[in-house]
Design a protein around this ligand. Structure first.
Ligand code: TRP
Length: 365
């Protein structure tokens, strides 16, 4: 029987998704879409949020909406279980944002650690767009419109979840009803997967750094990227002892390889622990490790590539999935917005209708 939990999460469509997105968030969504405790599952293409720092490049956002939708379907998000929808097509989200904006001070918005880092990264300086500063408030609407209990995201999003919980508490306190629900973050159980480093060993995968492996990369692209990955700079000769901590090849193996992969590709070891021990002792070369990682990742990406090819050949099915998902999201958002307006005493026509029996009121509310 279906349970009471509701999952919502989303991505900014400003580029294709990569394997860091997979281990950090997509894998958790796949798990929850099959969890009977979850009554509803929503995954949002946050195009309005992507526009807060890409407003001058709408074509990129538009193209990414479609590509990310294909990424979702390719990794196995199932439209029968997960509602995939487009943020800007659910106008009730923006209405909620307007009311939530009153519940957050300018100082609080500026103090948000995620926002502070992002402002620096983007070099906005003093010229931060109002919409950008406001996006954590808009994200609170994204989360609360469906009364989400559970939000699978990377750990960098925790300050945004905290901001959302503050808004929920303030709303419920001021308007005197338990209308909104406080959400919880849902992180990968494996800590190393929460933030996958780039192929160059930098802390984060990002398109601008050119250190990403995309879910849509071809076999050749994958090979080139894996073979030039960052390992242990002190491991010069095969015989030298090597470090596995901070060694990107081993971090990726930690997230992706299974014991069966050893049987198939590297039978001299039973599992990753044995392989690591050998690397630490010395005598295991980087090229061998990289070839193994390539095979592991290639096996992981092959079915994803196949499903991608299918959806690229059937774009009309992708559109259909988004239309259905967006309809479901609108329905949930309308219900929550009605409750919010009632709690805020701005459900005028509905209330006057009950009070005065006004005619023709149904067409307004
Ligand atoms: N901020 C998220 C990111 O950068 C995307 C996002 C938008 C989101 N709205 C959301 C995530 C609501 C979770 C819930 O990846």
């Amino acid at each position: 029987m279906a349970g009471k939990k509701i999952m919502l999460t989303g991505d900014r469509p400003s580029g294709r998704l990569h394997i860091g997105h997979y281990v950090g968030s997509l894998a958790q969504r796949l798990e929850l879409q099959d969890d009977p405790d979850f009554e509803k599952v929503f995954v949002m293409l946050a195009d309005a949020q992507a526009l807060t720092d890409n407003f001058d490049d709408p074509e990129k956002v538009r193209e990414s909406v479609f590509q990310v939708a294909i990424d979702y379907l390719s990794v196995g998000l199932d439209p029968a279980k997960t509602n995939m929808f487009i943020q800007s097509e659910v106008p009730q989200l923006h209405e909620l944002t307007v009311y939530y904006m009153n519940l957050v001070t300018v100082a609080r918005a500026q103090r948000n650690p995620t926002i502070k880092t992002e402002i620096q990264l983007r070099g906005f300086g003093e010229s931060v767009p109002m919409g950008f500063l406001n996006y954590p408030i808009s994200q609170a609407s994204d989360i609360t419109f469906c009364k989400a209990t559970t939000v699978p995201v990377g750990e960098d999003q925790e300050p945004l979840l905290e901001q959302c919980r503050e808004i929920v508490r303030r709303f419920n306190y001021i308007y005197g009803e338990d209308v909104l629900i406080e959400p919880e973050i849902y992180l990968s159980k494996k800590e190393v997967c929460r933030r996958l480093p780039g192929t160059d060993g930098q802390a984060k995968m990002s398109k601008s750094l050119g250190n990403t492996i995309y879910l849509s990369d071809s076999e050749e692209e994958l090979k080139t990227k894996v073979m030039s990955m960052y390992t242990d700079p002190g491991h010069l000769r095969v015989e030298d002892p090597g470090k596995v901590e901070g060694n990107t090849v081993f971090t990726y193996l930690e997230c992706f390889c299974k014991d069966e992969d050893f049987e198939k590709y590297l039978p001299e070891y039973k599992n990753l622990e044995e392989m690591k021990d050998h690397y630490r002792r010395g005598g295991l070369g980087d090229v061998k490790c990289k070839k193994f990682l390539f095979n592991v990742l290639n096996d992981f990406l092959t079915p994803i590539r196949e499903r991608r090819a299918y959806y690229e050949a059937h774009p009309e099915e992708v559109v259909e999935v988004l239309i259905q998902g967006t309809k479901e999201a609108r329905k949930a958002a309308e219900e929550t917005l009605a409750e919010v307006k009632k709690a805020m005493r701005i459900d005028y026509f509905k209330q006057w209708n009950t009070q005065y029996g006004t005619e023709n009121v149904d067409s307004y509310c």
